[in-house]
Design a binder for this molecule. Structure first.
Ligand SMILES: C[S@@+](CC[C@H](N)C(=O)[O-])C[C@H]1O[C@@H](n2cnc3c(N)ncnc32)[C@H](O)[C@@H]1O
Length: 318
């Protein structure tokens, strides 16, 4: 069984650094080194968040360099630096090429995506991402979107719920879990974190915090269509990157990592052609820079527990 990646630090106390900041960037030096930054290049940070990675990229750019930063969460606006080289795009990175074109940019020298949610999003009780608080089951990164975690829990079929808890949460009793949600919502809608915990309490397996973290992770991935947005963005990369340009992606979940690994290797998500006589020789445009993903050092993990499940993969346009 694959090791489950859980991005909420439910089991240990937060370090001083974790408590102080909006978000501590993970694998910061590794990202910057691997992007091979050209001082006058154009770089995209798909997931601006607290701006930690963006700041490090900006430090290596000269006055002609540019940074295009995407984030779908309104809250990050307070972190945008007053810097003429920065263009902030308050949208989903799944529309990468469209927004670049709208701003007169056809190609860029490098792209970074540091996936998932920020520590800030977990720490804001009312956003509904964290098992530590009671709040509405919201979990939207983009608050303009209508679908919330409560919608998923109250409107999805038992089969849909089973699949998402199994795939995105790797919850061991996902079938029972889906059945319990469907039975629970017959009495009253499941609207808050406490409602959900109460409905699930009879079927929790193992450590309750760990169990709920897996359930929450699955709901969050579904609400924000995280796998769909990642695939759409990756498919645009070959036409958006300049030759020799690099893309770096940090994942926190085994499914995400598999998506990135496959795309960097095969440049497609399509299954291999079954007909042996078909012309299968596709021209590869991206090639992986490292065989194995780059992971955090023990020293980094000690300072930032979130780095524990981070995996960085890098590819270069040929
Ligand atoms: C892990 S944090 C990034 C932290 C950032 N690298 C830093 O150093 O502070 C992920 C951020 O990406 C945003 N995000 C996640 N998926 C997104 C998507 N599909 N489109 C735009 N923003 C997204 C989240 O709102 C969040 O602020």
């Amino acid at each position: 069984m694959k090791k489950t990646h859980k991005d909420e630090n439910y089991s240990s106390e937060k370090t001083h650094e974790e408590l102080q900041s909006y978000h501590i960037p993970v694998l910061l030096n590794e990202v910057v080194e691997n992007l091979n930054i050209k001082p006058d290049g154009i770089y995209v940070d798909c997931t601006f968040g607290g701006g930690g990675h963006s700041k490090a990229i900006l430090q290596l750019l000269n006055e002609r360099g540019r940074l295009i930063a995407f984030d779908q969460d309104e809250d990050v606006k307070k972190n945008i630096p007053h810097d003429d080289r920065v263009l902030f795009i308050p949208n989903n990175f799944q529309y990468l090429q469209r927004f670049l074109r709208l701003n007169g940019i056809d190609e860029v020298n490098g792209i970074l995506a540091d996936l998932g949610v920020s520590s800030h999003q977990f720490d804001e009780a009312e956003r509904g991402f964290s098992i530590r608080f009671d709040a509405s089951l919201d979990m939207r990164m983009d608050q303009r979107q209508t679908k919330t975690a409560a919608n998923v829990l109250n409107e999805y079929s038992e089969q849909q719920l089973h699949k998402l808890f199994e795939q995105y949460g790797e919850v061991t009793n996902s079938k029972t879990l889906a059945k319990t949600v469907v039975e629970g919502r017959r009495t009253a809608q499941i609207k808050t974190i406490e409602n959900l915990k109460n409905v699930l309490s009879p079927i929790v397996k193992g450590n309750p915090n760990k169990y709920f973290a897996q359930v929450f992770q699955a709901l969050r991935i579904e609400v924000n269509n995280e796998m769909g947005a990642l695939k759409e963005m990756l498919e645009q990369v070959p036409s958006v990157l300049k030759e020799g340009g690099r893309i770096a992606v940090i994942t926190f979940h085994s499914i995400e990592d598999r998506i990135v690994k496959t795309f960097f290797k095969d440049n497609t998500f399509e299954a291999p052609e079954e007909n042996p006589f078909a012309i299968t020789e596709r021209k590869k445009i991206l090639k992986p820079v490292n065989k194995k993903p780059i992971v955090a050092t023990n020293e980094e993990i000690k300072k930032n527990s979130r780095a524990r499940s981070a995996k960085l993969r890098v590819a270069e346009k040929i």
